[in-house]
Structure formats: C-alpha cells, structure tokens
Design a protein around this ligand. Structure first.
Ligand code: ZN
Length: 146
C-alpha cells in the first residue's frame, strides 16, 4: 500500500485498540511506515538518509524489514532501553503495515526466512481499490473521533 494508506491504517489501528496519548499515536504511525525503509523511493527511506541506504542494501523490498523479526528486535530494544509501551506501539504499527501489504498481490512474508507463508490479497498498490480503502479508513477514523 501507499504511504498515506499505511498512515491511515496506523491511525485506525491506534483508535481500534483503545490506546491513548500523542506519543503512542506517533510511535504507532512510525511502526506503520517503518517497514518501507527497505524501499528506495519511500518517504521513510529518503527521510532516514544513510540508514535507509543501509536498509535497502541489506535485503530486498518486503524482506527482513517487513518481517516480525525486525519488529521483535525493536520490541526488545524498547524493553531494554526505552518503555515497553512503545514496543507495543511499534508492534501495533507493524500490524497495520502488515494488513496493508498483506492485501496486495505481491503480499508479505512476515516469518521470512523461517517460513514462506505469504499474506496476499487482490488489491493492487495505488489501484482504484486502494482509493476506496482510503475512503473507508477516513470514514472509520471520523466515526471513531466524533
Ligand atoms: Zn511495505
């Protein structure tokens, strides 16, 4: 899915799971866009400078950085050096990202390389269905807010 769809999925995830706080929202959103650091043309890749270049050189798009292992490492780092709630917030964002990429034909393999299990769906990235999904997400978010 595209950047804004991932953000909307992140907001929807945040509102659905009943967490609160601007800090939590921002970290959920970070988790929702972070996997695409492995894609050279993504916003998060360009924003992250040389770290993004390292990420693209380490593995293919929707590889390690789209796996649960990357977020397991981040979760453990949050546990050790930050706050456990931020680890959960990153995982929520990751879950939102997984849903977004998991409904596209390319799909995503969250357990790679341990398993080739692939989440896949019919909705093409940037296709007309993605626009419909975005509208549904906006409506969902608005109904949660008001
Ligand atoms: Zn992705």
């Amino acid at each position: 899915m595209l950047f804004y769809t991932h953000l909307l999925l992140g907001v929807a995830m945040y509102l659905s799971l009943g967490v609160s706080g601007v800090d939590m929202l921002l970290i959920v959103l970070l988790g929702a866009i972070l996997p695409d650091i492995d894609e050279g043309n993504s916003k998060i890749n360009r924003w992250s400078g040389f770290i993004g270049k390292i990420a693209t050189s380490l593995d293919r798009h929707r590889g390690f950085f789209h796996s649960i292992w990357f977020f397991a490492i981040l979760f453990l780092l949050c546990l050790k050096f930050w706050q456990v709630k931020y680890g959960w917030a990153l995982l929520m964002g990751y879950g939102a990202h997984l849903i977004g990429d998991g409904i596209t034909p390319m799909g995503v393999q969250p357990l790679r390389p341990l398993s080739r299990f692939t989440l896949r769906g019919p909705f093409r990235v940037g296709g007309p269905a993605e626009n419909v999904i975005m509208v549904v997400l906006v409506v969902f978010i608005l109904t949660r807010l008001f």
